[in-house]
Unconditional design. Structure first.
Length: 135
């Protein structure tokens, strides 16, 4: 089901981007990206004009971001992943799926998300994908 996809620490928006793929599969997907670095942000702006781009980092979710009700979230930053886990724990958001970059391959994210009702479904090139068991 199409919905809103959020990419945090999105990089150039092309390499390894789930949002780019979703935009191509179904125009019903709305993708929003956060990128704090200038050069990758310029690349997203140039390569993905349909993606709503935000500058900076999204590490502390406010009511405004929570109101986006994302269906999915991917992040390639530890600070952003911690912010997502915190927002889930506080009941601000409940995405159906998550993709978290875990270069250390430690079980920290799996333990945190399991407590919140998420299950690790797949690991691909150190990107862990979780699904909410309740949905």
């Amino acid at each position: 089901m199409p919905g809103r996809m959020i990419e945090l620490a999105a990089g150039d928006g092309l390499v390894g981007s789930l949002g780019l793929w979703l935009e191509g599969v179904d125009p019903g997907w709305q993708v929003e990206a956060w990128e704090s670095r200038a050069i990758p942000k310029d690349s997203i702006r140039r390569n993905r004009p349909n993606t709503h781009l935000h500058g900076g980092r999204l590490t502390a979710w406010s009511e405004m971001e929570a109101s986006l009700s994302p269906v999915g979230i991917t992040t390639r930053g530890a600070r952003e992943a911690a912010g997502v886990c915190r927002a889930i724990r506080q009941g601000m958001i409940r995405p159906k799926f998550l993709g978290l970059w875990n270069p250390t391959q430690r079980s920290l994210w799996e333990r945190r998300l399991r407590r919140e009702g998420y299950r690790l479904e797949m690991v691909y090139h150190r990107m862990e994908f979780y699904r909410c068991k309740a949905l």
